[in-house]
Design a binder for this molecule. Structure first.
Ligand code: AMP
Ligand code: ZN
Length: 486
């Protein structure tokens, strides 16, 4: 089965065929760098990392461009507030973004272009449109003339008449058509500015992505991605400019991820409910953010709440506990068990097919996770811990770890050292649940004494008391002998 992707342009799943065999050029609109990014901004970064990994898994060489918008009204506003150059602001928040991004251990993009480094390409692009009469100049401002692009609206499904009718009253009366959009604008006092054939000014937003795309990747690219809010006008305008300039298709496949809401509300500064990726990863763990994002389909609105975070923690704890057990078996030299477990191997083969089918079906990560959990369940059901030295305990554990690691790499998940990760989860839950560690240790000590005195009734009582506090006591747990229930 070959890869099919839902293309916003056709509103259906289509078989994906790259322009050049085994080579994929993809571009995803990156952040405007004027602040810390919130967890919603990272939904795209995490999902499109998976897209790239899967394309590579299928044998394609991927060139992935993820840009930084470093000229923008919001950046300028912040720079003026702080009385610094706007580059100070953008460089600061690129650095902060990269700190967050690196914590996620995703693959590096081939290019992270900044708009300010492509100004001459932008000017050339705009000039090409002016020369070919697709754009016009008024008082140092350049507008794209939508009338010259008859298929305008093909991505968003909007029709030009409705767009004009829907324009607000404060339309710029200098424009030929109220829906014409800005390519280049004069800079006001204190704003970044560059010399251009139309005077000192700066680029409009949409032209930036088109210029960087055509400069770095070429006239036509395979995949363009972003959040659904970008379909209109940003991506619609990118198509008009891009195709207006070259007369060729600008991008074959358009992919859009839906939004992340928090407790049924859109995350927004005015509601005061934004959570930065930094704060989230400090409180939880980067693995939790990635796992959350991939356990929901990218085209579905994801409503995040505490219950989902808790489910995610339990899920990750199950996976890593199984991995830890399996690694224990592999490392235990006293164990035999090198025989093949045919029925388990068959199950893995069945889920290999299922995962390939799910990924090729427009990246259905929900189904991929379901397969992973079925394999975990089957591995745990072998109960190797109890049976210890079975004919196949070592071999099964080895193929299990390799299998999880293979799909983990594809999702940039499950790459942590299980024991360390489980301890980190414990430390995190101790903080989140306000668990009094001294009290737990004290009870553990009392339990130890009771056991030494063969007072098993008392020892069981203490175990129950700890259980009520959310603590699992297990003498097999390496280290402190207890853990937080997950
Ligand atoms: P911005 O910095 O606002 O231009 O947004 C950068 C990217 O994050 C864009 O691709 C947006 O579509 C995306 N984005 C913003 N808010 C959310 C959200 N709540 N959920 C998912 N994506 C978002
Ligand atoms: Zn863009």
């Amino acid at each position: 089965m070959s890869l099919s992707i839902y293309n916003t342009l056709s509103n259906q799943k289509e078989k994906f065929t790259p322009i050049n065999e085994n080579e994929v050029k993809m571009y995803v609109c990156g952040p405007t760098v004027y602040n810390f990014l919130h967890i919603g901004n990272f939904r795209g970064a995490i999902f499109f990392n998976l897209v790239r990994n899967w394309l590579e898994h299928l044998g394609h060489k991927v060139t992935y461009v993820y840009n930084y918008t470093d000229v923008d009204d919001k950046i300028i506003k912040k720079a003026n507030e702080e009385n610094v150059d706007s580059l100070v602001i953008s460089e600061r928040y690129i650095e902060e973004f990269e700190k967050d991004f690196n914590r996620l251990n995703l693959k590096k993009h081939e290019y992270n272009p900044k708009v300010t480094e492509y100004i001459s390409d932008i000017i050339q692009f705009v000039d090409d449109l002016v020369q070919s009469k697709k754009a016009y100049v008024i008082d140092g401002e350049v507008f794209f003339e939508i009338k010259t692009f008859p298929t305008y609206g093909k991505l968003s499904g909007k029709n030009l008449d409705d767009l004009v009718a829907g324009q607000r009253v404060d339309v710029d009366t200098r424009k030929k058509n109220p829906a014409d959009f800005v390519l280049w604008k004069p800079s006001k006092e204190g704003e970044p500015r560059w010399d251009s054939p139309w005077g000192k000014g700066r680029p409009g937003w949409h032209i930036e992505c088109s210029a960087m795309i055509q400069k770095i990747l070429g006239d036509t690219i395979d995949i363009h991605g972003g959040g659904i809010d970008l379909i209109f006008p940003h991506h619609e305008n990118e198509i008009a400019q891009g195709e207006g300039r070259t007369g060729k298709c600008y991008c074959n496949t358009w992919m859009h991820n839906d939004f992340l809401n928090l407790n049924d509300e859109k995350m927004s500064k005015s509601l005061g409910n934004t959570v930065t990726a930094r704060a989230f990863m400090d409180k939880y763990h980067p693995e939790i953010l990635k796992y959350l994002m991939l356990s929901h389909h990218y085209r579905a609105l994801f409503n995040l709440n505490e219950e989902k975070i808790n489910q995610c923690i339990s899920g990750l704890a199950r996976i890593y506990s199984s991995l830890k057990d399996a690694q224990g078996f592999i490392a235990d030299n006293s164990l035999m068990g090198d025989e093949d477990n045919h029925s388990f191997n068959d199950l893995l083969i069945k889920h290999d097919s299922k995962i390939i089918e799910s990924m090729n079906d427009d990246f259905n990560t929900v189904e991929v996770m379901a397969s992973i959990f079925e394999v975990i369940r089957s591995y745990n059901a072998l109960d190797l811990k109890k049976k210890k030295n079975t004919r196949f305990s070592k071999n099964t554990s080895k193929v299990f770890v390799e299998w999880i690691s293979k799909y983990g790499q594809m999702m940039s998940l499950f790459q942590e050292v299980p024991e360390i990760f489980l301890n980190q989860l414990d430390d995190m839950l101790i903080k989140l649940q306000n668990i009094d560690v001294d009290l737990v240790e004290e009870l553990m000590e009392k339990r130890k004494e009771a056991r030494e005195n063969k007072d098993y009734e008392k020892s069981d009582e203490i175990r129950d008391e700890l259980g009520k506090m959310g603590i699992n006591v297990n003498d097999g747990i390496i280290g402190r002998g207890w853990e937080i229930k997950k």
